[in-house]
Design a protein around this ligand. Sequence first.
Ligand code: ADP
Ligand code: MG
Length: 305
Amino acid sequence: MKEFELIEQYFQQQKLSWCNSHINLSIGDDCAVLDIPSQQQLCISMDTLIEDVHFPKDAKPFDIATRALCVTLSDLAAMGATPIGFTLGITLPEANPSWLNNFSQGLADMAQRYQCPLMGGDTTKGPILVITIQVHGVVEKGCALTRSGACVGDKVYVSGNMGDGGGALPIVLADPALKKAESVCPLTQHFYKPLPQIEFAQSLIGVASACLDVSDGLVQDLNHICKKSGVGIELNASKVPLSAALVALYGREQALQYALSGGDDYQLAYTAAHCENGICVGQVVAGNEVSILDGELLAAGFQHF
Ligand code: ADP
Ligand code: MG
């Protein structure tokens, strides 16, 4: 299959690649052309996923696609941005029609859900599967939720359960003992479809003083807010929400370990003087790093991993 045939057949489909009010010209020319109204700003973020590093090589192509687009869109969510479109760089060892068909269906599924069409990219042949997605979104001028505005006295919130991403990893890597357990399903679903908190984040504009998406573990990511905002954070570990599935599978202590340091959660963590939405897990204090307020947990030997 020729490169341009592949692009036309799998990527330039109406349900995956359409024009919207921001996309003037999409796949098929040398560049995509975007309209950005003068009162808006463009937010851009990129993620690369490599086979057997960020997903198992033999994972379903549909799942690989949903994961790739979700994790990238999560960065737009973290800024409070509205998606307008994405570009895709893909390196393929071979052009397998069934694989490509399922992969493009996974992309289309998420593209439709978040109204974020594919508008260009680059397709190459290479030794291993590598997927790079760049998402483009818009915010009203000056309204992007950054990491740098947290103030002493603010509260710290998360948008949902923590730890499912970290807890999913051993299952996704197919530990046979864990795979049998019935409660694993929601966790693997979360791994392959970590739905970005786009709408939730938009409700935080004008409310949150700092915000990010939790991709590397709650403690490590909150430390980014500390650094950028010049503050400390006291984290009440016992208030961090855990899914029933995670606790059922690992027990509370291990579940909390995943919640604090597991990564791959793609929920939002943010600070605000006061917020009706989300779960309060701590407070912003003078200082320069996260400290965990929970003697029991520390006694149990909390480790960053
Ligand atoms: P050029 O040779 O001018 O760089 P290409 O042949 O690489 O252009 O791409 C032709 C068109 O197909 C361009 O509009 C490009 O954005 C699009 N395209 C290429 N690969 C992809 C892809 N993986 N996903 C979406 N669009 C793609
Ligand atoms: Mg060209």
